[in-house]
Design a binder for this molecule. Structure first.
Ligand code: ADP
Ligand code: MG
Length: 245
């Protein structure tokens, strides 16, 4: 589904991503791990079109999307979360999801939802998403007033509301306590059962080991390992990158 071919991103002299080949297959959860500053978020930013590639190509469903603007990639079904949560703080939980749903609607549907608050289908879908993320009781709360854990859930819910065919999650467990990480683990498993395709960036290695079908490891902007979780965990280069041993 997603095919990164020799992608690189340089910020001046900083080679944040330095020639990475990576594929994400339809229906799989690919974990992407690596020490701080190894280029994980930059890869998400390149795939979502936040900034242009220095070199390489990005293929999505076989088409070269390297030069498409961000909104066009959303239109193709690529959604993401941000490591630093980005919500509309002065909109309610419900409104945040409504806006996200509209990001993929056609103009005619937009008109309809703006005047009638959304078709029954749109409303039902928002309700399902609220339930799935345990946010139904917070539907009228302003996003800015949510607890940190709730904001993380809403950030995740917002991305799903765009009905992505590919979901990019940038450290969804950041700042969560153990119980919240367990719930996140269960949600990601449920999504895999539902056929979602996910690129999961995580610092929380245990979570990735638990939910990912395959794992790729970055260090200094380069891929140093790739394979099933157990093999990656035992890889000498990975241990060195993480533990310096
Ligand atoms: P990770 O997500 O793995 O922690 P990042 O992709 O955020 O790493 O960063 C990789 C490297 O690129 C770091 O050295 C970081 O400082 C640098 N970097 C990331 N984004 C920018 C930017 N917009 N401008 C300059 N340098 C950046
Ligand atoms: Mg990051």
């Amino acid at each position: 589904m997603l095919d990164l071919q020799g992608i690189a991103k340089h910020f001046g002299g900083v080679h944040a991503v330095d020639g990475v080949d990576l594929t994400v297959k339809r229906g799989e959860i690919l974990g992407l791990i690596g020490p701080n500053g190894s280029g994980k978020s930059t890869i998400v930013n390149l795939v979502s079109g936040l900034f242009p590639l220095t070199s390489g190509r990005i293929l999505f469903d076989g088409d070269d999307i390297s030069d498409l603007p961000s909104h066009a990639r959303v239109g193709l079904g690529i959604a993401r979360t941000f490591q630093n949560i980005r919500l509309f703080g002065q909109l309610s939980v419900w409104q945040n999801l409504w806006v996200a749903q509209n990001s993929r609607l056609q103009r005619q549907e937009m008109f309809f939802t703006r005047w009638f608050g959304g078709s029954a289908g749109v409303q039902a879908e928002i309700e399902r998403t609220l339930e799935f993320f345990d946010l139904a009781h917070k539907r009228h709360e302003l996003a800015a007033n949510l607890s940190f854990g709730e904001q993380r859930r809403l950030e995740f819910a917002r991305a799903i509301s765009a009905k992505p065919s590919l979901l990019l999650l940038d450290e969804p467990a950041a700042g969560m306590n153990a119980e919240e990480v367990d719930q996140l683990d269960a949600r990601i498993r449920k999504m895999r059962d539902d056929g979602f395709t996910v690129l999961l960036i995580e610092h929380h290695v245990e979570l990735v080991m638990s939910v990912a079908d395959r794992i790729a490891v970055l260090n200094f902007g380069r891929k140093i390992a790739e394979g099933p979780p157990a093999a990656v965990q035992d890889d000498a280069a990975v241990r060195e990158a993480y533990l310096g041993t």
